[in-house]
Write a protein that binds this ligand. Structure first.
Ligand code: XMP
Length: 512
């Protein structure tokens, strides 16, 4: 536990475990997600103020369904069970869970007893999000029913004496209109949290911790200009100043003006020790004649490490490597046997055997929206804090086929116009990722009196919450028209612009 006041989210494999955690953090309470296998002793030793059981896809009666240590209910720590977590509470304590004929799914009106601490201040009926087949048919002794719905005799139950609460629906999901207040009531009325998780104090504490860990040793960081590496580097810089060296490898496949923008912010505004390596030629030489996407990725990844190492060697001995790893990268899987660590998907995974004494990962416990809030606290300009995700190999995977400096120029110009217009229309926060693609298709056109045979630019814009699935963004026609005509008029050798209207799946977000 990294914070003095924390709540535990015990994960039973539910798809919403991270969402529960984000909601709790938004309510200013620090929380951690741990596997349901965590023992009562471990939980007790960590001193949590409350425990939330996540949902999960199983039935409590199924043979190998996840069941937690029963002693968890006896620790005197308040528990809130959600969906599967609610059924498990009932089942473990002697209540009954049954399977119904039909799955109850979607927005459902629920009737509440507002005398319950959990529902204090709410109206006695509101819509909640249900997603279950099993339901609690009889509550364990000592419990009373505090909410019901048409299909659900026990939409909520509680044993106030033992501090045990259960909800059949998902309060963490937006469609549960008063769900957030219920979570707030649990955290503040039941668990008596004080709500001390705020980003300003996170930044101050983290800077102190880095000072204590690193002392007067040297740290190195690969800065990409993305929000995670930027915020991580800035926290370290605030802690140790010039003992941090940031290496910014400009592989030439960044967006228009991006390299200069990164340099201006970190060197000029924050006075950081920044080395910018302009390595476009070097990367283009390696990429000459290569048109296969995975090969491009591999070449760029490897070359990136080589450039980084060369620069690092010039600095001399370095003790720590700073990385922008964030919580979703490291959070344990609730039901898997081993902790699943997602490989860092960003610019070139850095080598592990470079001989550092340690790794500094100041954002390891934060969600992306928290990283952004810290970034704003530290004074990083808003456009950088809200920057859309950008793949490590950059524009290389947005140019179909071989990459040349001419193609890069065309794509950079078209992409800049697209981005500028989306920002100008105030849509940049609503579209999660948007960019131009140089399709490699040439087609016939007519411009002035002449026939042309030129490039086709595709525009891609998606809305998504996790980038695993995505829908194409409904950009208004008039805006698309303006973008198209600007690209045709202002970018040389483009005579056609198309908009990609494919969701993911079946397509991916990137074209390569
Ligand atoms: P796809 O195209 O797989 O993209 O739907 C999902 C998200 O991942 C990003 N992406 C990458 N990021 N290196 C990265 O750092 C890569 O090779 C890479 N490929 C895709 C993509 O931009 C989107 O946000």
């Amino acid at each position: 536990m990294i914070h003095n006041e924390a709540v535990l989210i015990l994960d039973f494999g539910g798809q919403y475990s991270q969402l529960i955690a984000r909601r709790v953090r938004d309510l200013n309470v620090y929380c951690e997600i741990k596997s349901y296998k965590t023992t009562a002793e471990q939980i007790s030793a960590a001193g949590y103020k409350g425990i939330i059981f996540s949902g999960g896809p199983n039935s409590v009666y199924a043979e190998d369904s996840p069941i937690c240590d029963k002693k968890v209910f006896e620790l005197g720590i308040p528990v809130l069970g959600i969906c599967y977590g609610a059924q498990l509470m009932s089942y473990s304590l002697g209540g009954k869970v049954q399977s119904s004929e039909v799955r109850e799914y979607g927005k459902t009106p629920v009737d509440f007893q507002t005398t319950s601490l959990l529902f204090q201040g709410l109206e006695d009926r509101s819509d909640c999000w249900m997603s279950h087949t099993d339901y609690i048919s009889a509550v364990p002794s000592g419990f009373k029913i505090t909410a019901t719905s048409g299909n659900c005799p026990v939409a909520a139950m509680e044993n106030t004496e033992k501090g045990l609460y259960a909800l059949q629906f998902h309060p963490e999901v937006e469609h549960s209109v008063r769900g957030n207040e219920m979570l707030r009531n649990f955290l503040y009325n039941v668990c008596k949290c004080s709500g001390d998780w705020v980003m300003s104090s996170f930044a101050l504490t983290t800077i102190e911790q880095i000072k204590a860990t690193v002392g007067d040793k040297k740290v190195i960081c690969a800065l990409s200009g993305g929000v995670d590496s930027s915020v991580a580097a800035l926290l370290v810089h605030k802690a140790i100043g010039k003992n941090l060296t940031c290496i910014f490898v400009d592989h030439g496949m960044l967006r228009k003006n991006e390299g200069d923008d990164v340099e201006r912010v970190f060197r000029n505004q924050f006075d950081m020790n920044l080395i910018r390596v302009n390595a476009q030629e070097r990367f283009l030489t390696k990429l000459a004649g290569v048109d296969e996407p995975e090969k491009k990725r591999k070449i760029i990844g490897e070359e990136f490490i080589r450039v980084f190492e060369e620069e690092a060697n010039k600095i001399g001995h370095v003790d720590f490597l700073c990385q922008g790893t964030i919580y979703p990268d490291v959070v344990e899987s609730g039901v898997g046997d081993a902790a699943v660590i997602k490989s860092h998907h960003n610019v070139g995974g850095l080598p592990e055997d470079v001989g550092f004494t340690g790794i500094v990962e100041p954002l390891r416990n934060l969600f992306k929206d928290e990283v952004r809030r810290v970034g704003l606290e530290l004074g990083i300009p808003a456009p950088l804090v809200w920057r859309q995700p950008f793949p490590g190999p950059g524009l290389a995977i947005r140019i179909m086929g071989e990459i040349t400096s001419e193609k890069l120029e065309i794509l950079k110009d078209a992409d800049a116009i697209f981005r500028e217009e989306i920002v100008e229309a105030g849509m940049d926060r609503n579209i999660n990722q948007y960019f131009a693609v140089l399709t490699g298709i040439k087609s016939v056109g007519v411009m002035g009196d002449g026939r042309t045979y030129d490039n086709t630019i595709a525009l891609r814009g998606v809305t998504t919450s996790d980038f695993m699935t995505a829908d194409w963004a409904r950009i208004p026609y008039d805006l698309l028209a303006k973008i198209s005509s600007r690209i045709i008029n202002e970018v040389k050798s483009v005579n056609r612009v198309v908009y990609d209207i494919t969701s993911k799946p079946p397509a991916t977000i990137e074209w390569e």
